[in-house]
Design a protein around this ligand. Structure first.
Ligand SMILES: Cc1cc2nc3c(=O)[nH]c(=O)nc-3n(C[C@H](O)[C@H](O)[C@H](O)COP(=O)(O)OP(=O)(O)OC[C@H]3O[C@@H](n4cnc5c(N)ncnc54)[C@H](O)[C@@H]3O)c2cc1C
Length: 391
C-alpha cells in the first residue's frame, strides 16, 4: 500500500485538505495526527456560541471517528507530533513513528499572551479551540463582568456575543478604535457606536498593566497607551470577574523550525504550498503563503483545494479569489476586503438606513477594497463581482 499522506492537525485546514484529497484519490491512505480529540467543528462559531447557549459538545459537527470513516482515513487523536525527520520521511509521536509519502503541516496558531503583572494570570482566558471554549464557558457565572483584552475581529465578536448573552462587558485596546488593523476609521467608529449601544464599555488607547486578585473578583489595572511606568495614582482600575484575552495569534512554527524548515512569521511556503523540504507542505493559520499569513477560513479552503490537486499529481498554485472577511457582530455586521498594502488610494463612504458602504479606489479609480456594515452587507456579492472585474 505504501506510506500514507500524513496531515498534522485536525482543524479546518487539516480536515478540509483530507476531504478534498479523498475526492481526487480514493485509494492512498490518509493519516491525520492531532493533539486534540480530532472532531470536526467550525471554529468561527466559538465567538458566536454563548448567545445561543451552546455547550462545547453541541458545537461538534462530526466526531473524529465518523469524520475519518466518511473518507476512509485514520485519525491518531490526542497525540502530539514531537519531531519530523525530513530525511527518513517520518513523523515521530510519543508512542510510534509514522512514515509519510507526503507530509502536510496544518498545526494552526497559538494565542498571544500579554506579559502582565499581578497575581491573577491564571484567570486570563483565551478561546482558540473547543477545549478553550469549554474552560471559558465553565468559568462564566450568570451575569458576570467580563473584561476583554483586544478589540480586533475576535474581541468585537466576543463582546457582542457576551453582551447578548447577558454578561457585562468592557473592552480594552491600545488602538484608538476597534478593528484598527482591518477596517478604515469610519467603520471602526460605527462598530464602537453599535457595540456601545448594545451595552459594551470601551477603554481605547489604553493598555492593561496588571491583573490582581481581589477576593473572588479581579482588579484590572489600566494605563494610557505608552505609559506602562505610570504612577499607581494615574492608573484606572476595573473591577471584573473574568478576563478574556483576544490580542492576536502567532503561527505555530516550532515543529517546522526544529525540522530545518524555513520559518518567518509563519512556516514559509511557495505558491504551491511547498516548504523547503521535499514533499512537506503547510497550510492554514500556521502557513506564510507567498509572504502573507491569512488566518481566515476562505484562504485555507482555497489552499486546501489547490494542495489536493498538487498532491494527486497536478501541480497547482494557489490563486486567491476576492475574499471578504465577515465580522459576525449582529449589532453591526461587517464584510471587508482591506485596502491592500503598498497600493495608494482613498476611501470614500456612503451612509444610509443603518448601513455603511466604503470603497477603496486606487489613483486609477480601480476598486481595490471595500467595507460594508449593517444593512449594506447585502451588497457583498455585487462588490465581490465588481472587484473581480478590476483586480
Ligand atoms: C473565536 C474565533 C473566531 C473566528 N472567526 C472567524 C470568522 O468569522 N471568519 C474567518 O474566516 N475566520 C475566523 N476565525 C479564524 C479561523 O477559524 C481559522 O483561520 C481556522 O479555523 C484555522 O484553522 P487551522 O486548521 O489552520 O488551525 P487550528 O484550527 O488551530 O488547528 C490546528 C490543529 O493542529 C493540531 N496541532 C498543533 N500542533 C500539533 C502537534 N505538534 N501535534 C499534533 N497536532 C498538533 C491542533 O490540535 C489542531 O487540531 C476565527 C478564529 C477564532 C479563534
Amino acid at each position: 500500500m505504501g506510506a500514507p499522506l500524513v496531515i498534522v492537525g485536525t482543524g479546518l485546514a487539516g480536515w478540509t485538505l483530507a476531504r478534498e484529497f479523498r475526492k481526487l484519490d480514493p485509494n492512498t491512505p490518509i493519516v491525520l495526527v492531532s493533539r486534540d480529540e480530532g472532531a470536526f467543528y467550525s471554529k468561527p462559531m466559538l465567538s458566536n456560541a454563548l448567545a445561543g447557549g451552546r455547550s462545547p459538545a453541541s458545537l461538534v459537527t462530526t466526531p473524529a471517528a465518523a469524520a475519518a470513516e466518511a473518507i476512509q482515513a485514520t485519525v491518531l487523536a490526542q497525540r502530539e507530533v514531537a519531531r519530523i525527520d525530513t530525511v527518513a520521511r517520518t513523523v515521530v509521536l510519543d508512542d510510534r513513528v509514522v512514515p509519510y509519502r507526503a507530509l502536510v503541516l496544518a498545526v494552526g496558531a497559538d494565542p498571544i499572551r500579554l506579559p502582565l503583572q499581578g497575581d491573577a494570570g491564571d484567570r486570563v482566558y483565551s478561546v482558540n479551540d473547543l477545549v478553550d471554549y469549554g474552560r471559558f464557558h465553565a468559568a462564566l457565572t450568570t451575569g458576570a463582568h467580563v473584561t476583554l483584552l483586544g478589540a480586533g475581529l475576535i474581541g468585537c465578536e466576543f463582546a457582542n456575543d457576551l453582551a447578548v448573552a447577558g454578561y457585562q462587558v468592557d473592552v480594552v485596546d491600545l488602538a484608538p478604535l476597534p478593528l484598527g488593523r482591518l477596517v478604515p476609521e469610519r467603520a471602526g467608529r460605527a462598530m464602537q457606536v453599535a457595540l456601545s449601544a448594545a451595552g459594551v464599555g470601551f477603554h481605547l488607547g489604553a493598555s492593561v498593566r496588571a491583573i490582581h486578585r481581589d477576593g473572588a473578583r479581579l482588579v484590572v489595572e489600566l494605563v494610557q497607551a505608552g505609559s506602562m511606568q505610570a504612577e499607581p495614582a494615574q492608573c484606572r482600575r476595573l473591577s471584573t470577574d473574568i478576563v478574556l484575552s483576544a490580542v492576536g495569534l502567532r503561527p505555530r512554527t516550532a515543529l517546522a523550525l526544529a525540522a530545518g524548515l524555513t520559518v518567518d512569521r509563519g512556516i514559509v511556503v511557495d505558491s504551491a504550498l511547498r516548504t523547503n523540504a521535499s514533499d512537506v507542505y503547510a497550510l492554514g493559520d500556521c502557513a506564510q503563503v507567498g509572504g502573507q499569513v491569512l488566518p481566515y477560513v476562505l484562504p485555507l479552503m482555497t489552499c486546501a483545494r489547490a494542495l489536493a490537486k498538487t498532491l494527486t499529481g497536478t501541480p497547482t498554485d494557489v490563486v486567491y479569489p476576492v475574499m471578504p472577511v465577515a465580522v459576525k457582530t449582529p449589532a453591526f455586521p461587517l464584510s471587508v476586503v482591506p485596502a491592500p498594502q503598498g497600493i495608494e488610494g482613498d476611501w470614500s463612504f456612503l451612509e444610509s438606513d443603518g448601513g455603511l458602504e466604503g470603497h477603496f479606489k486606487d489613483h486609477e479609480g480601480r476598486l481595490q477594497g471595500f467595507v460594508l456594515g449593517g444593512a449594506a452587507t447585502s451588497r457583498r456579492a455585487a462588490l465581490v463581482r465588481a472587484m473581480g472585474q478590476t483586480v
